[in-house]
Every structure is written in C-alpha cells, then in structure tokens.
Design a protein. Structure first.
Lengths: 187, 187
DNA sequence: GCGAACGGTCAACACGCGTAGAGTGAGTTG
DNA sequence: CAACTCACTCTACGCGTGTTGACCGTTCGC
C-alpha cells in the first residue's frame, strides 16, 4: 500500500471512530485514547493529524450549512424545502454521523453551541423571516426553526420510537401542515 | 443565626450556584470546585451535603414530571394544555434554572438523557397518542413532543432573539394552530 | 542504494479533577 | 460550664486526561 493511501485510510478510520463516539457519548465523555483505540492507533497519532481534541471534533462534527436551498424557496414551497433540507443533512452514513455528532453536542460544546445558535438558527431565521413577511415574521421564522430542530433531535439524536422509524413520506405529510400554520397563520 | 438555618442557607447557596453553572456551562464543564467557590464554601462541603457530583446534579437539575395536566385534556384542549405545561416548567427563578440545567444536559448527560427520552418524551407520547387516536397517533404524538421540545430549547436554552423575547400570548396564538395540525391532520 | 521524509509508536509530563479523612471552632444541650 | 454535636475547612491522594518530544521502520525521491 502506498504511503499516502495508508495515511488517508488511517485518518479516515480515526475520523470514523471519532464521529461514532462524539455522536453517542458526547464531546467530554469521548477521549483521545478511546478514539485511538477504536481506530487501532496510538493516541499521539490523533494529535499529530488533528492538532488537538478540539481540532478532531471540528473535523468530525460537521453541519453542512447551505442556506440556499431553503432561502430560495417561495412562501408556498418553504415548508417542503425546510423539511427536505433538514432531513437531507442525515443522508449518507458519514454525513449522518457527522450531523448527529454536531447535534448531540450543540447544547454543551461551546463552539457547536455557537454555530447552532448563531449560524444555523439565527441567520436562517432572518432569511426565512424575509420570505414570510408580516408583523410576526421573525418570531414565526424562529418557531419554524424550533420545530425543525425538535424534529431532528427526536428522530436522529433521541431516536424516539415513532419518529425515528417513520418514513420520510409520512414525516413530510404530517409536518408540512405544521410548518404551513407558521407560514400562513390563521386569522 | 441558628445552626440549621445556617445549614439550610449554605445548602441553598450551593444549589443555586450549581443550577447556575450546570445550566450555563453544562455538567462536564462545571466543577465541584467552581460551584463551591461561587457559593463561598469549601469543595468538601459540597461532597458532604450531596454525596457526589452526580448527586448534586440530580438535586439541581430537575424536571417536574406531572403528565396529568396534559393527559387529562381532551383533543380540543390538548394544544393549549401542552403549551401551558411546557411554558409552566420555566416559571419561577429556581424552577426555571433547574429546568434549563436539565434541558442543557439532556443530550450529553446519561441520566438526564434517559429521563428526557424515556420519561418525558416516550411515556408522554404514549399518553397523547391515546388521546389522539387514529392510525398515525403515535407518530403524531411524537411530533407534538418534538415541536414542544424545539420550542423549549429555542426559548430557554438557546434563547433565540425572536422566540425568547416573545410574549406568552403570542407564543400560544402562533403555536396552537401548529399543534392542532398534528391533532387533526388535514385530509 | 542512500538519505530524507513521513507514518506510526513509546514513555512520560503536568494538570485538574472528584473524592476522602482528619481536624477546628462555634452553637447546642444537659 | 462541660460535653457534645455539627457546619465547615485543610490537606492530600489517586487517577485519567490532553498533550509532547524522542524514537523506530518503511517508503519515497534522487
């Protein structure tokens, strides 16, 4: 095996082990040592590749932050777009585990918390509010974000029986009217 | 000052400091030492009163779990009851900070996570499903819980600008139709 | 083929943590 | 006032952590 292929593989193995542990046990409870052990590697190598535990976490717990999909939607399309965007973050094994690792730690890890609050929730809410318009636009946009976050947590982090096993179609069918109630609040 | 009044006061001071730190920094990042310092007390005293860090956390981070209010509601009343129940958990300074401490750690602290998942979400969803009836009852109940959790987190843990500052009346006015869309899903 | 480069390991350090046990001094009780 | 209780403090232990720098052995460029 060539040298840099070997490098790429072990780096990927470390990353996989890190994602797994960060997403299950959380940042503080996963140790460099346990990640290294799971990747069959020396702890010092993890440091060499990722600089620090924070660096490893930043690399392992990612949240693809493309606001475009949602923010280019019309009022009419917004509910489905928001749902598709949220559920799409969890497609593909690595993507999914990276997203779960991020979500699991977004309440307690300072940097993940900052990103979730400022970049994911606030920025997006501002954009959605612009699409919505009206007096309560900002609040309604915030509540849309709140419901989507609740859905993501229930389905992928808590894995609640009903919500985690539901089909995507059922989720869209039931949640679309929910979001619409915030897009076009009844008089 | 009498001896046991003094005792009660320092115990309360420790508990207040613990709630404050658990709710802001999370379980792992608050130390017995820092809590003791904030309460102007020796770390060993915290151990003497609460047994262990886990014991202190269990005492400080509480979630009043009365399912009655919600589960005695009719289909018609359920949205308002669920909202009132959720918002009610955060009334009163101590109650509020205890609830925030619990929520902040419900993704990463094993015991808080277990309680949130099994007792708060699952048990309640089962009860709500019984009220709802119909094919998707369990899923719809789960989604109601998901939205309520998202609301609680956004308002009290993340303190998102729009959601945290909204009046209770606005919240009820906007969220009631949201929940109703899950109670009576449109054909 | 030889020296550099690099993937990978080993042993160790310094630190902060939860926790334990002996000690102290003021309030309580007979 | 003496004996005692109990809130509270001091000191220290043991452990696991993130992190470091010196060290091997293979692979690459010349």
């Amino acid at each position: 095996m060539s040298r840099d292929e070997r490098r790429r593989r072990t780096e990927a193995a470390i990353l996989r082990a890190a994602r797994e542990q960060f997403s299950v046990a959380g940042y503080e409870r996963t140790t460099i040592r346990s990640v290294a052990a799971a990747a069959s590697v020396d702890p010092a190598l993890v440091m060499q590749y990722f600089g620090s535990k924070e660096g490893l976490f930043a690399e392992a717990a990612r949240w693809d932050d493309d606001h475009q999909t949602v923010l280019q939607a019309s009022r009419e399309e917004l509910p489905r777009a928001a749902l598709a965007d949220m559920l799409g973050k969890f497609e593909g094994d690595d993507t999914r585990e990276a997203a779960v690792a991020f979500m699991r730690n977004c309440l307690t890890h300072p940097e993940a918390n900052r990103i979730m609050r400022d970049e994911v929730m606030c920025d997006r809410a501002a954009g959605i509010a612009a699409i919505l318009g009206g007096d309560d636009a900002e609040l309604r946009a915030g509540l849309i974000g709140a419901c989507m976050m609740g859905l993501g947590l229930s389905r992928y982090v808590f894995e609640l029986p009903g919500v985690a096993t539901a089909s995507r179609a059922d989720l869209e069918r039931l949640m679309e009217p929910v979001l619409r109630a915030l897009v076009d609040p009844p008089a």
